[in-house]
Design a protein around this ligand. Sequence first.
Ligand code: 6DK
Ligand code: ZN
Length: 395
Amino acid sequence: HAGPPPRFPPLPYSSKKTGLVYDSRMRLHVEPVTMAIRENDIHPEDPRRIHEIFQEIQQAGLVQGAEDPDEESKDEQCWRIHARPASKAEICLVHNPSHYEFIKSLQDMLESDLIEHANQLDSIYFHNSTFECATLAAGGAIEACRAVVRGDVRNSIAIIRPPGHHAESDQPSGFCIFNNVPIAAKVCQNDFPEKCRKVLILDWDVHHGNGIQHAFYDDPNVLYISLHVFKNGTFYPNMPDANYNFCGEGAGIGKNVNIPWADHGMGDAEYIYAFQEVVMPIATEFDPDLVIISAGFDAAEGDMLGGCHVSPACYAHMTHMLMRIAGGKIAVCLEGGYNLRSIARSALAVTRTLMLQPPDRLAEDLEAPNELAVETIRQVKRVHSKYWKSLYPKH
Ligand code: 6DK
Ligand code: ZN
């Protein structure tokens, strides 16, 4: 005799796992000591960032074979995805061959020349291992995304460095060498044209991802949405085109959505408001085949560069909302984030959400979004209601 029917139909992805990329070789890229006086002054883009995040997820018991590599994977653990170096052909989907060759040439450079080259550029450092780490970061992002598109895993997280979203086609900048997320998006579109035509890149790093915006500015198949602090060219990357009126061009018009906070200090109320009013309506209407999060955790509470107050629970809720589109196909790729405790707690909350654990509740006293944020959202809706039906003013 059959028992009662199940209360809910089974989830389509119930048996699949969350994939996780981490490779300690990405810790080798470090700032050469430039001045003897900089004793305790460690560069914020520090190799401990990825280790701290991995360790947090491992200590929560969520990593397969973390203690014993032969140990069988448990249902409630992530599936390890191996990082491999991205190829020249993959990297050159986004970058000029001359940029690739320059980064490769760092491998055999003298320290004095490494420092000299870095000084000529913007907020960047170089090391003999920079090429190895940067190709692994791009390859890690690629494999995290490919596993999701193929359906080998339900979703994935790539704990990678150096970050990518400021890197332009012909130059590194802002701690970034190769632009990991656009490379992964283009590789997936090339390798799986049927399964992966439209990609949403959602960038919640506190800085604008100028390199991502420029890589897809006229591309109708990649929607870039970025939330970032924008203070009239006085907050990195200091470019005017991070403003809300830069919407894409040509066939890509409307497919670039900037949500520029006019000041620091934004928190859960403002980010949830932006998601409800703009991000989720546009993302749902775009109906992507794959979502990639450019996941910097430098808008987190406690970050010394961002000055914002996003809680781990809020990162979990934003992830949860994005899991409702693209059939749940979502890959989370690390960008910035500099407070080691904040980034570890935030990344763990995101990972738990990817593994279908319910997000923690937001603070009971979630206040109304502040006036500056309401004004930013009003402007974004005004500009983008031309392109997105879901934003048309209701009559
Ligand atoms: N430089 C990023 O988080 C990178 O977006 C941010 C780059 C900021 C550069 C300006 C800056 C400092 C600050 C303190 C000490 C040294 C240099 F790309 C990402 F990593 F994601 O604040
Ligand atoms: Zn950042």
